[in-house]
Design a protein around this ligand. Sequence first.
Ligand SMILES: [Zn+2]
Length: 324
Amino acid sequence: MVGNAALNDQSLIELSCLLEQDVPHLAPDAVWLSGKPVLYAHLQDMGVLTLSHDVAGNVVCRDCCNETIRPQANPAAGKADVGYRGYCRDCGWIDLTREQAHFWQAQPLKIARWLASALQLNTRFVVEPVIDGVLWRLGEIEHRRKRRTLFFGRRLPSSADAVHAKLNALVAPGAEVIMTTSDIEQLSNSALADRLVVPLRAVAHIRKAGFVIENLDAYLVGPGAVETSDETSLRLIHTQRVALIGGEKHKLSPQVFSFLKILEDADGDEVHKRHIAEALGVEAATFRTADIVKRHRVVFDTFVESDHKGSYWLKPDFVILERR
Ligand SMILES: [Zn+2]
């Protein structure tokens, strides 16, 4: 049984991957073949994944999982829920629902609206597409007396030049904030290398039918001069995926980052490894924290304490109690 927080996290990962595809479509058989139908149903419930008008040309037969069948209108369908059927050489006629016949389509505009709403921009601004299917303008905020224009973008690496040109026309240099599903490391040699680009998943979390935004401030303030200090803290884990130990940056693997984030979210309370496994999407029975800890011994020794019975917590010095 997957907890709701884990389901939300995994849904956002799945959605982000889908949005980074050229065409953010998912074949209907991919939904059930994925073994994650609950996750897709969850995304559909929230309206970020909808059924496209397009019917798939062929889908894998659900009965034999071997032949492919071509969905077509079901003339015998009295009920709307089996509006399609397909003929399998081995199994004969197979009834199909709309979900089993139509492509599923991710809705980036909905994501843009969720962001605008979570940032309370929706009362003053209307989300506008700036580059069709790539970039949306969400609105403006005032941050430390500086006006910032917020955007949501997908597939930025392949549209970097176009986005760069558009930003030049729309905002003052350095005033843009682009939240994205793209891998921002791929932008380091692109026209967007100097732009403020924020990974969506570092700041946005699905809660109920929308986002909550956390840690965006850390990106707006910037990393600051830390190279010359002897600081030991976790304040750069969200922006740079590093832990600072004695001023030195220790790069965190995605799994260690998630581990620390779970402890951070618990505000210093004990978290049992069962919950950590769940949040990481790992089977609890096969989850061995020792495997993670031993490869990042210094980071864990510095920031984390354990009762050696399966509970972990952040050392009090590193708990940020007042998050902005
Ligand atoms: Zn079949």
